[in-house]
Structures are given as structure tokens and as C-alpha cells.
Design a protein around this ligand. Structure first.
Ligand SMILES: [Zn+2]
Length: 188
């Protein structure tokens, strides 16, 4: 008795038609479908790669625009996510100062736009995040923060959540790194 007699009903992963497979690992009804699927996978991978490189390019572009005090209208579109029409209207109404250096060479002050709009946020750099220090001497409990900074525990919890401060729960205590808390409450 050989495996050739074994017939397993399956659905082809490419054409989605039922077929009888000779082994449990067979995924396609024919060589044709198998090859087609291989090509499809390659195309998907290529698309993904292109999207990724486009994203990287736009991150680089945004970082570059952010270093300049004057930017073009289309750069303002990228940086602030607002339409060209909006920017042109603001210029026309004198809401933002603009310099016209010629056809298609209008430059607007980035600072003026920043005062009106929030710029697109770049993904944070990875190295900025250091590991939180949860050693007992370096931590406050919520009660301790509350007492030290005269804030009720609800406020303290809100501040922690809003600032995404890491916490560690041990039993019924929540430990919070001292340096993170001191930094925030010092500025209040
Ligand atoms: Zn097929």
C-alpha cells in the first residue's frame, strides 16, 4: 500500500476549488496554481517593501522640513496635514506671512504655521526610551506622590496615565519611578 492511493479532500489555496490531495501538506490543486501563488506572495512582499520605503522617505522628508524656518506650500501640506487651499487662503487673508520668490516659489514661515496647527508627529526615536528603574529606593507609591506634591490620588493617576509613565504593581501598591514623577511635578 503506497501513499499514491491516499486521497485527501482539500481546497486549493489559490483557485479555491476543491481537489483531492495526495499528501497532507499539498496546498494547491496544480503546478499552475502553486506557481501563481508563489508569484502572488512575491508581489505582496514587494508591495510591502515599497510602502515601507515610502514611509521611511516621508519620515526623512519631514525631519528635513522641520529644520528650516521657511517652507513651501506643499511642504506645509506634508508637515501639518492641511490642504493647499487652506494655506493659500491663510496667505491671502494675511493670517500667515508669505514671501513670493516667483511662480510656485511661495515660502511660508514654519513658525507661524506651528502657532496655528500641530505638526505631524514623527515616531519617537527608540534610543530615547531607557528602562524604568523600579528599585524600591527609586520609586514612589501613589500615596507618597499624593502626599509629597499635595495632589489627590485621582490626579496622580491621571498624570501617570497622561504622561505614559511606566508603573509596577506589587501586591496592592503601585510603584512609579521617582525621577519621572519629579520631572513632571517640578514643572507644574
Ligand atoms: Zn488551484
Amino acid at each position: 500500500m503506497g501513499f499514491s492511493k491516499l486521497k485527501i479532500p482539500k481546497i486549493c489555496e489559490f483557485c479555491e476549488k476543491p481537489f483531492e490531495a495526495k499528501t497532507v501538506t499539498t496546498r494547491f490543486c496544480s503546478k499552475y496554481c502553486s506557481e501563481k501563488e508563489g508569484k502572488r506572495q512575491k508581489r505582496i512582499a514587494k508591495d510591502l517593501e515599497e510602502k515601507q520605503s515610502l514611509l521611511e522617505k516621508s519620515v526623512k522628508k519631514i525631519a528635513e522640513i522641520q529644520t528650516r524656518p521657511y517652507i513651501s506650500v506643499s511642504e506645509a501640506v506634508v508637515l501639518f496635514g492641511i490642504s493647499k487651499d487652506t494655506i493659500r487662503r491663510l496667505i491671502k487673508n494675511g493670517k500667515i506671512p508669505a514671501h513670493n520668490f516667483g511662480e510656485r516659489l511661495t515660502r511660508v514661515s514654519k513658525l507661524d504655521l506651528e502657532l496655528m496647527f500641530t505638526s505631524v508627529e514623527l515616531p519617537p526615536k527608540k534610543e530615547e526610551k531607557s528602562k524604568p528603574n523600579f528599585e524600591v529606593g527609586n520609586c514612589y507609591t501613589i500615596t507618597e506622590i499624593s502626599e509629597k506634591f499635595h495632589a489627590d490620588p485621582g490626579t496622580v493617576n491621571n498624570v501617570i496615565r497622561r504622561n505614559k509613565i511606566p508603573t509596577k504593581k506589587v501586591g496592592s501598591f503601585v510603584y512609579v519611578p521617582k525621577d519621572e514623577i519629579d520631572k513632571i511635578f517640578a514643572n507644574r
